[in-house]
Design a protein around this ligand. Structure first.
Ligand SMILES: [Zn+2]
Length: 254
């Protein structure tokens, strides 16, 4: 039988008002996956929970299982990621990462690898100067770790070798296409061999290996476009965060 009380690390992905002084939180955890919990009275300044359940911060919480929702009884900040949460551009990227995780994951499904890359991404956004590299790595890894690893080594249709001179990408089929099979998806489009190389590095387990790949601005724009189209196809859901909407709807760069 499950214990009624449990302790876990958690990051608040989003939260909304609940009752007069409480909040309902959607949290992500290493062992319990995504979960909805209640934080009663958290808006009162006297609450011991106040300040420890901020979005994009890493907290340690104790919660009691309830019939519908669990209730947080204790919370303490483990890592506040204060630079990330106080800088507009970093916040924007952090919220996009959190919403993407939220959209890609079902409730209560453990995915420790996803937890690890998520918290590492928050740490990187907090400490590193350039948000593009950690955010891009997260997007590709999160897609792969959610079961949609893109095929980047061979044609997703015929498994034939890719010819660097003409490579296409299909968001719907989730991978590269050879010229012969580009019409397997009417939504496929041509991509550069360099973009495929960058995506291959991003899908791997080493962030440092990805970080070492040089990605000039024009190639960044191409990668952004591929990921945007891929995510739009994958999610096909209403997207609410301004950050993610902006990311998904920005005009393709040519
Ligand atoms: Zn093919």
């Amino acid at each position: 039988m499950q214990d009624r009380i449990y302790k876990t690390e958690a990051v608040v992905l989003r939260r909304y008002d609940f009752g007069e002084a409480g909040k309902q939180l959607v949290i992500y955890t290493p062992r319990l996956g995504k979960r909805s919990v209640l934080a009663k009275g958290v808006k009162r300044t006297t609450s011991r929970l106040a300040g420890h359940l901020e979005p994009l911060a890493l907290a340690s919480i104790v919660a009691a299982r309830g019939r519908n929702l669990d209730t947080v009884t204790q919370a303490s900040t483990v890592e506040s990621f204060s630079r990330l949460r106080n800088d507009g551009d970093r916040v924007f990227h952090g919220l996009m990462v959190a919403e993407l995780l939220d959209k890609l994951t079902p409730e209560q499904e453990e995915n420790q690898a996803l937890w690890t890359v998520f918290t590492e991404t928050l740490r990187r956004l907090d400490t590193q100067q350039d948000p593009w590299t950690p955010t891009t790595y997260f997007q590709v890894r999160a897609i792969a770790l959610s079961g949609y690893r893109p095929e980047l080594e061979a044609c997703v249709q015929c498994e034939g070798r890719l010819d660097a001179r003409a490579v296409y990408y299909s968001p719907r089929l989730g991978g590269a296409l050879c010229p012969e099979h580009r019409l397997a998806d009417a939504g496929s489009f041509e991509v550069s061999a360099n973009a495929i190389k960058v995506l291959r590095a991003a899908v791997g387990p080493s962030y440092e290996a990805f970080r070492r790949v040089r990605v000039p601005a024009s190639l960044r724009a191409e990668i952004d476009r591929i990921l945007r189209l891929n995510l739009r196809t994958l999610l096909e859901v209403e997207v609410s965060s301004a950050a993610l909407i902006d990311h998904l709807t920005r005009q393709p760069v040519r």
